[in-house]
Design a protein around this ligand. Structure first.
Ligand SMILES: *Cc1c(COP(=O)(O)O)cnc(C)c1O
Length: 396
């Protein structure tokens, strides 16, 4: 199975050998605890602070504005819970404005803040492409809003949101904006000041870094309560011994990904566009997400009369590793809430397919997939007893 064609880079990426080389000494010889006073500790601390400095330079912020976490999920949890609870304590703010197309790490955290902590959760509308419009943020913002959260680049549908426009509105009204940017850094230059953002979540394993390490950018002065308590690590915002090799790996992976954005993007856009035009030749198929404002490595579809999980299994058997949407939802028979929020009917949403490319994807991989896919979709339809799909079903 190692010869499978991998089309699931939005779920995770292989570790870049250069990243592994940078990490390795911190497992073996430089294994110290950065909080220790002796030489081992000092060298480990220097490695953490050097990584922080490199990441700050790449993101256009100060090193003190970065908090290391255990991954994208934790960064999102810290941003939402930490900022919501701090805003309530500081100014009595009790309302959360969250897009309906968030990763579950944001969506479920916002729901828990509503059900267990009494926040009022207001969902922003999205258009048919899953995009949030700045004027809707302006319309729904109130003085008692603690936090707005809008995903930067969507993991399921690839749509890129106008974050800097949304940020300008939030800033004018004095309300914090968080964005989950975890899918973005391998494909877009990221600068926190250009974005005008207050809180930004990042993770390493979507950009050829290790799983289990992430970062929260927190603009200086942004009130945040720690959600993991203990030692005074990370200026008291995130307790726990630093994962030194992974933090070093995050910095290395992030720098490499950002420096290679142009190359990666031009290489992948052509392959992506070929996939989109070929797959849309299959009957009763539809692109999900924005046709232009989308990640360059991301193609996502729905097929009428198809069980998405059945299609994934057929693809897997045929040697293609794809996804139905978020890796965190695999096996869940419910149609994706992201697709439903965009107005796609449950019947179509059940047949979702996500094809995501990365720097190791070759034209030959894409050719093989495009050759195999049409008949696999027809087989999945036959399993559902849906043989009578015709051209009239092209549009929902
Ligand atoms: C992968 C992902 C996450 C979760 O990050 P982990 O590091 O896997 O916890 C959150 N949001 C988005 C958009 C993602 O793609």
């Amino acid at each position: 199975m190692s010869a499978q064609n991998y089309f699931d880079y939005a779920a995770t990426t292989p570790l870049d050998p250069r990243v592994w080389a940078a990490m390795q000494p911190y497992f073996e010889t430089e294994f110290g605890n950065p909080s220790s006073v002796h030489g081992y500790g000092q060298r480990a601390e220097a490695a953490v602070e050097s990584a922080r400095g490199r990441l700050a330079a790449a993101l256009g912020c100060q090193p003190e504005e970065l908090v290391f976490t255990s991954g994208g999920t934790e960064s999102n949890n810290l941003a939402l819970r930490g900022a919501a609870l701090a805003a309530r304590r500081q100014r009595g703010a009790n309302r959360l404005l969250v897009s309906p197309v968030e990763h579950s790490a944001v969506a479920r955290t916002a729901e828990q803040l509503a059900t267990e902590f009494g926040f009022e959760l207001v969902r922003l509308p999205v258009d048919e492409y899953g995009m949030v419009h700045p004027q809707d943020v302006a319309r729904l913002l109130t003085a008692d809003t603690a936090l707005v959260s809008v995903i930067l680049a969507n993991n399921e549908i690839g749509t890129i949101n106008p974050i800097s426009e949304i940020a300008a509105i939030c800033r004018e009204r004095g309300v914090l904006l968080h964005s989950d940017a975890i899918q973005a850094p391998a494909y877009r230059p990221l600068n926190v000041n250009d974005l005008g953002i207050d809180l930004l979540s990042l993770g390493a394993h979507k950009l050829y870094g290790p799983k289990g390490v992430g970062l929260l950018y927190r603009r200086a002065g942004t009130p945040l309560l720690p959600i993991q308590t203990g030692g005074s690590h990370e200026s008291g915002l995130r307790a726990g011994t630093h994962n030194v090799p992974y933090i070093v790996g995050l910095a290395e992976a992030f720098e490499l990904a950002q420096s290679e954005v142009d190359q990666t993007t031009s290489q992948l856009v052509r392959l992506r566009d070929r996939i989109i035009s070929k797959v849309l030749e299959i009957s009763a198929s539809q692109l999900t997400g924005h046709p232009a404002q989308r990640l360059p490595n991301h193609a996502s579809f729905v097929f009428k009369g198809v069980d998405g999980n059945a299609l994934l299994m057929l693809l897997d058997d045929a040697g293609f590793a794809c996804s139905s949407g978020s890796a965190c939802k695999t096996g869940d028979p419910q149609p994706s809430e992201v697709l439903l929020a965009m107005g796609i009917t449950p019947e179509w949403a059940a047949g979702s397919l996500r094809i995501t490319l990365g720097k190791h994807t070759t034209p030959a991989n894409v050719d093989a997939l495009l050759t195999a896919l049409p008949s696999l979709v027809e087989r999945a339809r036959a399993l559902e007893g849906n043989l009578e799909i015709n051209a009239a079903d092209k549009h929902r």
